[in-house]
Design a protein around this ligand. Sequence first.
Ligand SMILES: [Zn+2]
Ligand SMILES: [Zn+2]
Length: 87
Amino acid sequence: MHLISDLANIFRRGLYVSGTLFECRRCGKGYRHKSSLYKHTKWECGLEGQFRCKICHHVSKQKAHFVHHMFSRHAVPKDALNDIRLS
Ligand SMILES: [Zn+2]
Ligand SMILES: [Zn+2]
């Protein structure tokens, strides 16, 4: 994996400035600081298709698996996961 050039491409193609917010073109998340957006594109948005558990760092490829994981491992009700999205 050509990490450096991939990041450079993500940075060039995925970002644009809207008003005072730096927004991710992929997912629409907005950040006040360019460095925050850069971290997002580097660590979050680069992991498309993955749901990462913030409790134990388990990673699921599908939302259904993630919901099952949260429910069975951490007793998090499914209703609480409704607005979970790809990150
Ligand atoms: Zn994004
Ligand atoms: Zn977990």
